[in-house]
Design a protein around this ligand. Sequence first.
Ligand code: ADP
Length: 439
Amino acid sequence: MLKRAAGHIHFVLWSFAGLVLLGWLLGQVAWVLVIGMGAYIIWSLVQSLRLHRWLYDWHKDRDVPESYGMWGDLFDGLHQVEHENKRIQEILRSMIERIRSSTNALKDGVIMTDAAGHMDWWNESAGRLFGFQRDKDQGQLITNLIRAPSFSHYFEEKNYAEPMEISAPKNVAQRLRFEMTLFGEDERLILIQDVSRLHRLEQMRRDFVSNVSHEMRTPLTVIRGYLEALQDSEEIPPKWKRPMRTMMQQTQRLEALIKDLMLLEKYETEEVHRQEQLVDVSKLLHSICHDAQVLSAERAHQIRLDCQHKGHLRGLESQLRSAFSNLVFNAVKYTPAQGSIEVHWWVDEQGAHLSVRDNGCGFDPVHIPRLTERFYRVDPSRDNSTGGSGLGLAIVKHVLINHGATLEIHSEVNAGSEFICHFPASRFILAEEAVQAVS
Ligand code: ADP
């Protein structure tokens, strides 16, 4: 490149020398120089005009002009850049085309929206599921096109850790699952799956559990009633007292199990955002810690409550009470007498947090990933004595999902455990803000 530039400088110098020589021969050095330079300036002006025209009329797809010398090199360089750009554009276009045709071939729906929620693009399946029309719906707000309130709520909340489901707008028997991902500057990629079959199976399972629970409640109440009456009776020989106490304990366990099964089933279907209240967390935790002290009774645990931030959590009090008390009561159950239990509630930029820490028996951290599964127990033989249903942490998990929160668990054998609930900042309202919100 440098060689070519030096060649151009040589050419200009030689031309200048030539003009001087010609002028000297004609005896008119000044005039020949003026005419020569003038001609060069006019030619350069013409070339720059051609360049200008090409640059600003580029959309007419005109070829780069041709020329000589320095201008020729400049135009050649531009020609090469343009050629390379066209090649890259072609590659990108064919890539986009391939992505489009492959996503169009997908059975699942795909929608892309911009940061404000306007429809940017969707594949054919999404178009079929929701009846979108390219000419009418392109650029429309997605929440205007998919009008289910739970969808709008999920879309706006930007907490996409768990998928959400709604019935298809065009066919209520069809169940659709939405999974959203934020990318770029708050743009969203939305995947929609038809989960009608799974939903039907899930519904069958729920109905089965619900029916069995209801059917078992009445016989159990009758059995417990008779057992209570018999236990108090003087006619029962003393050797029957012990077996009857065991029968009573097992009946109570079964009742607790059924109560928790029904609770879990209720929480799975309850739509929290429809009945949200402002829950006074400090008051709730005081009452739970008081109940925990009663549960501890002569085991005399040291239960300490540290509630740094007074305020309200947007959610369902019944669900939050059940989740928090499961964590605190578990700490009582799995911590030996006189052990210490610390309940700590605090708020920071990330959100609101509840930690329940004990110095009890703890467990091996390998169990953590499965701990919130129904009926999962670290040590089944040990837990039978605690009278737990094995559903406590499954209930906690469901309540937290319903409130857009997550659960963090730490534990060490014989050192203790810590369960931390993390609520998004948007759910916490400081005490004085809550007064404004209520009034
Ligand atoms: P359960 O009714 O058996 O307590 P949960 O779902 O509440 O059922 O808890 C599941 C298992 O997790 C328990 O069986 C127990 O092994 C373990 N676990 C829960 N909380 C604690 C804790 N604070 N300390 C030690 N182990 C715990």
